[in-house]
Design a protein around this ligand. Structure first.
Ligand code: C2E
Ligand code: CA
Ligand code: CA
Length: 572
């Protein structure tokens, strides 16, 4: 009996120990976020532990239940899961597989471990199941971000460059062509500024999805930045030809884009095209070439398509060279001033001088302002150059009027960027004070281009300058959006008729009619008229006859150095 009691106690103790172990395992399994499946080969026993019930809506209690797991995953993952779950068949000790579940929302990772005995027979197997949905979406997002642009769903720039590189390698082998089209929405800034960024973004999205419709085996499209897209076309022929695609884009932009707010936004686009291998053999360079010609097209009036060619490249290289040299010239102040006299038509007396800047590039090489001023206006160098010109001209006037006792008008060309600076008026007035020059001796030559963006604001500033006594002259009249009707509203003193009119005034009757009506209008409004670029006596006679007030041109005097001008002033 006591023997029996002893056996019973022993059994109880062993049971307790076993229970304690099992409790421990359960506790461990429950405290992690995984589900477990344990299989004992010798007993053919299966147990599930941990978060099994949270993960699956079925129990696995026997080996024949295992296929329920296959039903739970997406079809493509069934075979890999089966191979992993029965990893012992390959005598391996572990296997991992990541499966998308049937609901297509969850991802599970199955980690299988098998223990073998000394005879290499499997004894135990544990399958650890982990929910990796969060990790997956994060890494998917990362992958998405690496390849796509979030706003449009098109490829992003970096990935596009890689894909373009692949296309170029393919084209090199097959001796084929790849066209790169850079597409830029015209005046996008106006949409953004005028209608707000939300509208701007939606427009970028809508136009992006339109461009996406061209995507295919041989065509890739990307969103480069803001309102710029790029398309690469392998073997651009037939419906894939640049001309065909451009025609479709053009057709689409004939219709405005209707946004979710109900607003209709009409757009035009400028397109630049560069072709492999003609323009370049590198992906980045091709994009650059397409960009260069796209900008060239924009300069020529937008809504255009421009093809890359060698003259354009040479012009671009020339501009870049000038730009680099210009930076140096500003730093070293390699500029000098020339002055061109202006005479009253009737009396031939000196009316004024136009101050014209010159860039001394080396001892006797000069770069024309017609070349470098537009570049300086684009890169901002016009501000230091222009300010220097203003000070130099005022100082020179002060010196000459004191030395020679002469009074005339000093005309100074002012660029839009310079005029737009907040401190422009105070800067000018402080110089007049510094050199003791009366404001009425100074005239600012402005062009119509400064009026385009903000007619009212610009006019107000002109009035402020005129109130101080400074004269305002409208330069190059007839070359811009010249309209005689808006002249009435402009606070100006002088109007300069562009040289292009003077060139043909004697040979072209239409020019003659326009020139005469400009002069009459100017007279009616009480301004003064100046004819620019007068080279021949006949032109002067004619201009005198039709009542033009002032003559400027090579006939009566070229732009000259201060020394030459001094000789002229001495003779007055
Ligand atoms: P612009 O203001 O129309 O200046 C007149 C240009 O015509 C000058 O060229 C002058 O040399 C030239 N010219 C004058 N009379 C004749 C003529 O009878 N025949 C011919 N063929 N040409 C004549 P320049 O000095 O080369 O200046 C070119 C342009 O550069 C100027 O055109 C002006 O827009 C700009 N510029 C020159 N100096 C300055 C400056 O100091 N500041 C700014 N912002 N622009 C300047
Ligand atoms: Ca001028
Ligand atoms: Ca002019």
């Amino acid at each position: 009996m006591s023997e029996l009691c002893y056996q019973l106690d022993l059994l109880k103790a062993m049971n307790q120990k076993l229970n304690a172990k099992e409790r421990m395992y359960r506790l461990i399994c429950d405290s992690v976020d995984n589900a477990f499946l344990y299989y004992a080969f010798d007993r053919d026993e299966i147990a599930t532990l941990g978060k099994w019930d949270d993960f699956f809506d079925f129990e696995v209690t026997e080996v024949k239940d295992i296929p329920l797991l296959f039903d739970a995953v997406e079809e493509t993952y069934i075979m890999p899961l089966r191979d992993a779950l029965f990893v012992e068949k390959t005598k391996k000790t572990s296997a991992t597989v990541e499966c998308m579940m049937k609901d297509r929302r969850r991802w599970m990772r199955f980690l299988v471990n098998v223990i073998y005995d000394e005879d290499h027979r499997p004894t135990d197997k544990v399958v650890c199941v982990e929910n990796i949905s969060k990790l997956k979406t994060q890494s998917d997002e990362l992958a998405y971000m690496a390849y796509y642009d979030g706003m449009t769903g098109l490829y992003n720039r970096n990935y596009f460059v890689r894909l373009l590189g692949d296309l170029l390698r393919k084209a090199e082998e097959a001796k084929n062509i790849v066209s790169v089209m850079l597409i830029d929405i015209d005046d996008f800034k106006k949409v953004n500024d005028g209608l707000g960024m939300v509208v701007g973004d939606e427009l970028v999205q809508q136009f992006g999805s339109f461009l996406k419709s061209f995507e295919g085996d041989q065509v890739i499209v990307c969103h480069m930045s803001s309102d710029v897209y790029c398309m690469a076309i392998y073997d651009p022929v037939g419906s894939r030809s640049v001309e065909h695609i451009h025609k479709q884009i053009h057709k689409r932009t004939q219709e405005p884009f209707v946004l979710s707010s109900g607003q209709s936004v009409p757009i035009t686009v400028s397109v630049g095209v560069a072709e492999y291998p003609e323009a370049s053999t590198s992906a980045l360079e091709l994009i650059n070439c397409a960009e260069i010609v796209m900008f060239k097209g924009k300069g020529l009036g937008k809504d255009t398509i421009q093809y890359f060619d060698t003259p354009i490249l040479n012009e671009f290289i020339h501009t870049v060279e000038i730009e680099n040299k210009l930076r140096e010239a500003v730093f070293q102040n390699n500029f000098i001033m020339y002055f061109q006299p202006q005479y009253f038509t009737g009396t031939r007396k000196l009316r004024g001088m136009e101050a014209l800047v010159r860039w001394k590039d080396g001892d006797d090489h000069m770069i024309s302002p017609a070349t470098f001023i537009p570049i300086a206006e684009k890169n901002g160098a016009i501000i230091p150059i222009g300010n220097w010109v203003v000070e130099q001209s005022i100082k020179q006037y002060a010196q000459w009027s004191e030395q020679y006792g002469v009074h005339f008008v000093m005309s100074i060309n002012i660029s839009a960027l310079q005029y737009g600076k907040d401190n422009f008026v105070s800067f000018l007035l402080s110089l007049l004070e510094k050199y003791h020059v009366h404001p009425t001796q100074i005239e600012l030559e402005i062009t119509e281009s400064i009026l385009i963006d903000d007619f009212e604001g610009v006019s107000a500033k002109l009035r402020q300058l005129r109130d101080c006594g400074i004269r305002i002259s409208l330069d190059d009249f007839g070359t811009g959006f010249s309209s005689l009707s808006y002249l009435k509203k402009l606070p100006i003193d002088t109007l300069k008729i562009d040289k292009s009119f003077i060139d043909t005034v004697l040979t072209d009757s239409a020019t003659r009619i326009i020139t005469e009506s400009i002069i009459n209008m100017v007279k009616t409004l009480g301004f003064e008229s100046i004819a620019e670029g007068v080279e021949h006596e006949e032109q002067l006679d004619y201009l005198q006859q039709v009542g033009c007030d002032v003559i400027q041109g090579y006939l009566l005097g070229k732009p000259q150095s201060p020394e030459e001008i001094e000789n002229l002033l001495k003779r007055l």
